[in-house]
Design a protein around this ligand. Structure first.
Ligand SMILES: Cc1ncc(COP(=O)(O)O)c(C=O)c1O
Length: 397
């Protein structure tokens, strides 16, 4: 087609438009037509930026089919606490959506402070922990600054810092499933501004212990360490206590995993009051919408609900790992709500499972994870259904 692809079909429009935009194709948006010759060019750092690849967005826009199993994005597979729905209904019933949300999110931050055992001044809330990572990057990273990422890991942070023109170094250890403190320390230099450490790591489950994290903090002079604890509720390990002694530490956490609120977007940061003040200078004050604030506070008011889910996931994870190993699979267990399978042909397995309505994530393009497929662990029932789907595939191949 002259001038490139013209995208019109509704469910695919968003994804195709994004793809087209990143590949320089022409996109129809309503009646206006943009072409590369008249379009504004992005900043240099953005022109070469590789986007973060999430799961298939189109499929997620569709209503959920009765029996599909979404084990591809490490969400909770059950709804949040009933208290969340009660409080949301009360807010919606009041009709008061015309007011902006509380920019200080005080009610939510007070609960978070109690939950995390830190002062309120050390808590900052965001529109998901992704947004927290973005804000930390924008607050501290400038063009050409050096940023270390403990790879292979969750890839969004790389996008945020590369978009700012930072010099990103992916630090790979000899074994992606074990901490490599010595290797990381060797890479820290006078120019290191930020270090990103996902703990436990998505997708390898690698877990750094507190003395190792403390070694990194000691070695970092004039820089900041981000410990991404999106899976904290499952691992039970947190670096937050180190804030008693170190103020160049940022812990990011999420309501998207154990709390079951991925659809509403809420995350938070635990950091020193000094760093919190700096983040608040850059942060959008209206960042966390009213419903997300209310729902997250309600979820914290029903901790037995989230604790019961975490217990269920741990039990299900143990069952899944044992069962898959008994069936001859090469399984890597993690302290989070996912496991990795090493298989001969990851794309084929993912496609065949998808045909059965089971979504898992191919991670085999990541460095050191050549044969790996990631599977979210939900309830025991979810795991049984997953194993049943694998058994169907085995029977038919
Ligand atoms: C390590 C890690 N950090 C952050 C996120 C994003 O969390 P949120 O939904 O709070 O933005 C994810 C989501 O998969 C993740 O795995």
């Amino acid at each position: 087609m002259e001038g490139g692809a013209v995208v019109t079909s509704p469910p695919d429009r968003l994804v195709n438009a994004l793809d087209a935009a990143s590949s320089g194709l022409t996109v129809m948006a309503g009646s206006s037509r943009f072409s590369p010759s008249t379009a504004i060019a992005p900043r240099l750092a953005v022109s070469t930026l590789q986007a973060y690849h999430g799961v298939t967005a189109t499929a997620r826009l569709l209503p959920r089919a009765g029996h599909d199993l979404r084990l591809d994005w490490n969400e909770s597979t059950v709804p949040p606490s009933p208290l969340v729905f009660e409080r949301l209904a009360a807010v919606l019933g009041s009709g008061q959506l015309n007011w902006y949300p509380d920019p200080t999110a005080t009610a939510l931050r007070r609960r978070l402070a109690r939950y995390a055992g830190r002062p309120v001044s050390q808590v900052v809330v965001f529109n998901g922990s992704d947004s927290a990572l973005d804000c930390v990057a924008r607050t501290f990273v400038g063009e050409s600054d050096e940023v270390l990422i403990c790879a292979p890991c969750y890839d969004n942070f790389r996008v945020f810092v590369e978009a700012l023109g930072a010099r990103v170094q992916q630090v790979l250890g000899p074994d992606p499933f074990r901490p490599d403190t010595a290797g990381l320390l060797a890479r820290i230099g006078a120019a290191t501004r930020l270090i990103y450490l996902c703990n436990p790591n998505n997708p390898t489950g690698r877990l750094y212990r507190l003395p190792q994290i403390e070694q990194v903090l000691r070695a970092l002079n004039g820089g900041l360490l981000i410990v991404d604890e999106a899976y904290f509720e499952f691992s039970g390990v947190t670096a937050a206590g180190l804030l008693d002694r170190y103020d160049h530490l940022v812990v990011t956490r999420s309501f998207s995993k154990a709390f079951g609120l991925a659809g509403l977007r809420c995350g938070y940061v635990l950091t020193s009051a000094r760093v919190a003040r700096l983040l608040n200078r850059v942060r959008n004050g209206k960042e966390v919408n009213l419903l997300a604030q209310v729902a997250s506070a309600a979820a914290l008011d029903d901790l037995p609900h989230v604790r019961a889910y975490v217990r269920e996931v741990r039990r299900a994870r143990g069952w899944l790992v044992r069962t898959l190993r008994d069936r001859g699979y090469d399984v890597i267990a993690t302290p989070a709500n996912f496991v990795l399978l090493r298989v001969d042909d990851p794309p084929r397995l993912v496609a065949r499972l998808e045909a059965l309505g089971v979504r898992v994530r191919d991670r085999s393009q990541m460095p050191q994870l050549e044969r790996c497929v990631r599977v979210t662990v939900g309830t025991l029932d979810d795991c049984r259904r997953f194993v049943a789907a694998l058994a169907r595939l085995e029977a038919s191949s």
